[in-house]
Design a protein. Sequence first.
Length: 112
Amino acid sequence: MMGSKGGLEYKKGFFDNEAAWLMLDVAITGVKPEMNIQSLKDIRADSPYAHNIMQNWVSFDGDFVQGYLPDQEGFDQSGKQASKTNFMPGSAEEMVGHAIDMLKESYSSIKK
């Protein structure tokens, strides 16, 4: 889903948990649950936008807590993130890929 208002565009991601707000050459990408810093860096590194602001948060929905979204390294280390997640290994990498695709798609449509 993509919308536009006053030069600010909004794009809904593949997951219900990711979105991007785009203005000129600035992208604000939001994801939930909390991703590790390397996943956020990977999104920023592959974004076609010159300026990227990354936002992530933990969602408390009643008794359900989404918690962390560790990447494969986080699962391999069996640390705090891996012990406090309901996600399977590979989920962070999949979400990173979808976020990058979303940013590239929106950038190409803006630059046409």
